[in-house]
Design a protein around this ligand. Structure first.
Ligand code: NAP
Length: 307
């Protein structure tokens, strides 16, 4: 029987692990299918406080894990494949083994949705990004392209005009899913150029190991052409990693955990931390803070139950 199981090993999960370990709760952390979370996909992180010269994302998240392990957090590789949260202790199946826990912290994050092109995947962190706040700074005076037609794409395009020489929004339809206000704001920005009814078909140049351009394909007549690009930002949405919790805790229509105040979920003893609940801020520092909150709430919950 575990006091607390933490699902996910990004900023939120590692910080929850650090705090619960220091509270002597001996947490078990399930790393998940993307160990280290979104930070493990980034390069230099310059907006995490305490690192004036920046720190590489994978190094930052690995440091967090080491810090939690130092105080007794235990990590297990693998994913949670099934849960029973209908009664306590909660039952959690990690790969093929069932574990029991008095409290559960869900920090399984949200994964960026990608186009799914092999060339795109090979160039992530080398000009392809899913986070303007993280990587925009590297594209000063460069040619930037944003893919997507929702609010995220508008927000990222507007933000990126601070850095890029020009920002081209590429959207697969003529109509935009983005809210009117965001679309208007983007349309008023003279640095933004628009290509509609087109998709990115290929990202160049895998051989050089850096983004140099894209091939676009018209969704109307199939015509293809190339555009030079230095930074390609994919903003086609995120998918919260909550499939395994469906029907067990309250999720919203997009699958994000519904917060019941603080770090509480609809099930007492189950807490949320980080991007799995947060579709607004999605920063390393806010995820870490959410992990801390979840740990403190789990600790108080267990104490009130006499553990
Ligand atoms: P979203 O609203 O689901 O929009 C995703 C966009 O990506 C859509 O335009 C979609 O095209 C396009 N897309 C999806 N898959 C694609 C593919 N494989 N290839 C090309 N294009 C693809 O996602 P989001 O923009 O991340 O927003 C998510 C939620 O957060 C929304 O509720 C949004 O309002 C909210 N949000 C709000 C703000 C804000 O208010 N400041 C900022 C960010 C997000 P189609 O339109 O053709 O489907």
């Amino acid at each position: 029987m575990r006091n607390v199981i933490i699902v996910g090993s990004g900023c939120a999960g590692n910080t929850a692990a650090l705090y619960t370990a220091r509270a002597n709760l001996k947490p078990l952390v399930v790393t998940g299918h993307e160990p280290g979370g979104q930070l493990s996909l980034t390069t230099l992180v310059e907006n995490y406080p305490g690192f004036p010269d920046g720190i590489n994302g994978p190094e930052l998240v690995e440091n967090m894990r080491r810090q939690a392990e130092k105080f007794g957090a235990e990590y297990v590789n693998g994913s949670v494949v099934e849960v029973d949260l209908s009664r306590r202790p909660f039952r959690i199946k990690i790969e093929d083994a069932w574990e029991e826990a008095r409290a559960l912290i869900i920090a399984s994050g949200a994964s960026a949705r990608w186009l799914g092109l092999p060339s795109e995947q090979k160039l992530i962190g080398r000009g392809v990004s899913s986070c303007a706040t993280c990587d925009g700074f590297f594209f000063r005076d460069k040619e930037i392209m944003v893919v997507g037609g929702g609010d995220s794409a508008m927000e990222e395009a507007i933000f990126l005009t601070r850095f890029g020489r020009r920002v081209t929004v590429v959207h697969r339809r003529d109509e935009f899913r983005a809210s009117k206000i965001m679309l208007e704001r983007a349309r008023k920005n003279p640095k933004i150029r628009w290509i509609t009814s087109a998709v990115v078909d290929e990202v160049f140049d895998v051989d050089k190991g850096v983004v140099t351009g894209v091939r676009l394909k018209s969704t109307k007549n199939g015509a293809v052409w190339e555009e030079p690009v230095d930074g390609l930002f994919i903003a086609i949405g995120h998918v919260p990693n909550t499939k395994v919790f469906q029907g067990q805790i309250e999720l919203d229509a997009d699958g994000y955990i519904v917060s019941k105040g603080g770090a509480r979920t609809s099930v007492p003893g189950v807490f949320h931390a980080g991007d799995v609940q947060d579709r607004v801020y999605r920063q390393a520092v806010t995820a870490a803070a959410a992990g801390c909150m979840a740990a403190i709430e789990a600790e108080r919950f267990l104490e009130a139950e006499g553990h």
